[in-house]
Design a protein around this ligand. Structure first.
Ligand SMILES: Cc1cc2nc3c(=O)[nH]c(=O)nc-3n(C[C@H](O)[C@H](O)[C@H](O)COP(=O)(O)OP(=O)(O)OC[C@H]3O[C@@H](n4cnc5c(N)ncnc54)[C@H](O)[C@@H]3O)c2cc1C
Length: 421
């Protein structure tokens, strides 16, 4: 016999998307429950960089100071190619013109604790297995079943939110389709390091067809990434060995690692295709990666999840999310989705020479380019007009880049129930 609990909104997933939405909804007077099969602190695959726009959102949520107390150094951005480089700060937001790299094991626990402090009930170690209601107009979703070992709770609510990531269970159970599927040419892997000779920059080493980045992170950790062609994946027998050989081949990066320790295995995936999912229906909606994903070279997922929570919480309260949320999501995500098409491609030496030459010659171009990651600069309005050759690399317009993907949808997936993980 399951226990029954009643809330205004129930959320599956307690990380960037779920915890931030719980905070926003509690502040609007809702009674919210969040279930996650993970227990916190808990890591998840991410390279963890966020920009001044997201620092401002952390401040709004009331978690910025605790994040900074964990010591992530403020980072300007440098790009390095063939012995030349440029460094650029961001346009300041509330005086902060730097990024940080905050590991998810640190960030997500801070966010979960904040949601709890705001009054949300957080159920850690609970797996959502079944929806109540089929999600049709006649039979809206009105809750779900969650399990932890032998315990079962029936959560009843006006709205169920899937903040449950790329393999969203909520999406699967309501049969939400993926659309505008954007394949990627590149994969992304990384490892954690300690005792790295560091500086206050996040450094990108362009070694076409590979790109490596060094992100100094919180609590003395460092993230060092390897981004390269998916076509190489089948030839890599041992990912850790391959990753170390790649790092050794870059003197400027390897020299920082002389006294350093690699403290994790190499983590990552070639499965980074972009998509939108149908994200609203009777009694349900999707936020964060379950709703929309783009190549992580854009480093936008955490910030976008927080942004969506801020926007969608009042729509849930006003019960107009079904009409308003899809329009909002399209308007804020389209340009960056097009830019990520370029970021998911394999770079060339010829292209990088042109970009680095132009950025060294024009520091405003360098800042405009870097600020695309902070969403304070537009690739097509602020960057390409200063360096028109980039239209040949990034595409003539947002519409031109996205045209091949506009109508792509996978076949609907429908299931009634998933096994307890
Ligand atoms: C390699 C890589 C590097 C990245 N680097 C960056 C970066 O530098 N900067 C950046 O901003 N973004 C980055 N991202 C993207 C970022 O990690 C995601 O956008 C972000 O994690 C999305 O948060 P979310 O809350 O939507 O989903 P998730 O973080 O995936 O959280 C989903 C949660 O739902 C829970 N869940 C799922 N199903 C169930 C269920 N049935 N029952 C209970 N719980 C469930 C899971 O346990 C999980 O905790 C990167 C992504 C990858 C893959």
């Amino acid at each position: 016999m399951s226990e029954i609990k009643r809330y205004d909104t129930v959320i599956v997933g307690a990380r960037a998307a779920g915890a931030s939405l719980a905070i926003e909804l509690q502040r609007l007077g809702q009674r919210v429950a969040v279930v996650d099969r993970a227990t916190f602190p808990s890591d998840t695959m991410s390279s963890h960089v966020v920009y001044p726009n997201t620092l401002k959102r952390f401040e709004r949520l009331g978690v910025l100071q605790e994040i900074l107390d964990n010591g992530p150094p403020p980072l300007y951005t440098s790009w390095i190619h063939e012995n030349r480089m440029f460094v650029a700060p961001h346009a300041p937001i509330d005086g902060r013109d730097w990024a940080i790299c905050i590991r998810r094991i640190t960030l997500d626990a801070i966010m979960v604790n904040k949601a709890r402090e705001e009054g949300a009930d957080i159920y850690e170690g609970w797996t959502m297995t079944e929806l109540l209601g089929s999600g049709t107009e006649e039979d809206p979703v009105n809750g779900f079943i969650a399990k932890k070992g032998d315990q079962v709770i029936q959560f009843e609510a006006d709205v169920v939110v899937g903040a449950d990531g790329v393999n969203s269970t909520v999406a699967r159970l309501v049969g939400a389709q993926k659309r505008k599927i954007m394949p990627t040419d590149t994969m992304l892997y990384f490892a954690y390091w300690k005792d790295v000779d560091t500086r206050n920059t996040q450094d990108f080493f362009f070694e076409p067809p590979w790109v490596h980045a060094h992100f100094p992170a919180d609590n003395g950790y460092h993230v060092i990434t390897m981004n390269g062609p998916i076509s190489e994946r089948a030839n890599i027998k041992n990912m850790d060995d391959f990753y170390m050989e790649r790092l050794k081949s870059i003197p400027a990066l390897w020299s920082r690692l002389e006294n350093a320790q690699k403290v994790s295995r190499v983590i990552g995936t070639p499965k980074l295709e972009g998509y939108y999912r149908d994200s609203v229906g009777p009694g349900w909606l999707l936020v964060g990666d379950s709703s929309h994903f783009k190549h992580p070279a854009g480093a936008q997922g955490i910030g976008d999840a927080l942004h969506a929570s801020e926007a969608v919480a009042p729509m849930i309260v006003a019960n107009n999310y079904r009409s308003e949320y899809p329009k909002w999501r399209e308007s804020v995500s389209r340009e960056l989705y097009a830019f990520c098409k370029h970021l998911a491609e394999v770079p060339t030496d010829e292209g990088m020479r042109k970009v680095i030459d132009a950025a060294i010659a024009d520091p405003i171009l360098a800042r405009n380019l870097i600020d695309v990651w902070c969403r304070t600069s537009s690739p097509w309005k602020d960057v390409i007009p200063r360096a028109p050759f980039l239209a040949g690399i990034m595409g003539e317009s947002v519409d031109a880049v996205l045209a091949p993907y506009e109508d792509e949808a996978e076949l609907p997936q429908v299931a009634n129930q998933v096994a307890t993980a």
